[in-house]
Design a protein around this ligand. Structure first.
Ligand code: ZN
Length: 177
């Protein structure tokens, strides 16, 4: 229980902003509804604020999403990103890299929680191994879409990965151009 208490106490520390367009959010909700009652999953592409000077890497802007098959054995309560889609996306992004000023990269992933909240599950916590990765979670039930929350995996006490809640900020499509 010690682990659980720490886990939840750290999660309410909102210290960074995730900027995402309404159109991307709607498309993620569509995927969650299509997959229901199974979990949907996919990758989030974007960039970190002031990536080059490293002065402010807290805030992240999402520019696109790529859905993948959910390869989990129990997709009704777990997700597994398709590694082929993941590797292909990494290669595509590298080939498109123009300069360090606008470095599009995989910044995280999304998945849905059928009939569950948008809080990271214990399973999510045990699987979060890479710091600074965004976990966007869509709660969905038979009544429709519930909360959508973004969490950032951060290196906490004793180098243990914890989740910090991000503040989701809507951006217009024109801001991405
Ligand atoms: Zn989860």
């Amino acid at each position: 229980m010690f682990l659980l208490e720490n886990f939840y106490s750290e999660m309410n520390d909102v210290s960074s902003i995730l900027s995402i367009s309404e159109s991307i959010k709607i498309s993620l909700c569509d995927k969650a509804m299509f997959a229901y009652p199974m979990e949907c999953c996919g990758l989030l592409v974007g960039h970190r604020t002031s990536f080059c000077d490293k002065k402010d890497t807290n805030n992240i802007t999402i520019s696109s999403s790529v859905s993948t098959n959910n390869l989990a054995i129990n997709p009704d309560r777990a997700f597994e990103i398709d590694p082929v889609t993941h590797i292909t996306l990494i290669r595509n992004l590298r080939s498109q890299m123009m300069s360090c000023d606008f470095y599009e990269q995989i910044v995280g992933h999304y998945h849905s929680h059928p009939d569950s909240s948008s809080l990271p599950s214990i399973n999510d916590l045990t699987r979060a191994t890479i710091a600074e990765t965004v976990w966007l979670i869509i709660s969905i039930s038979s009544d429709g879409i519930g909360d959508i929350d973004a969490w950032k995996a951060v290196s906490g006490k004793n180098s243990r990965i914890e989740f910090q809640k991000m503040r989701i900020q809507n951006i217009t499509t024109s801001c991405l151009e």
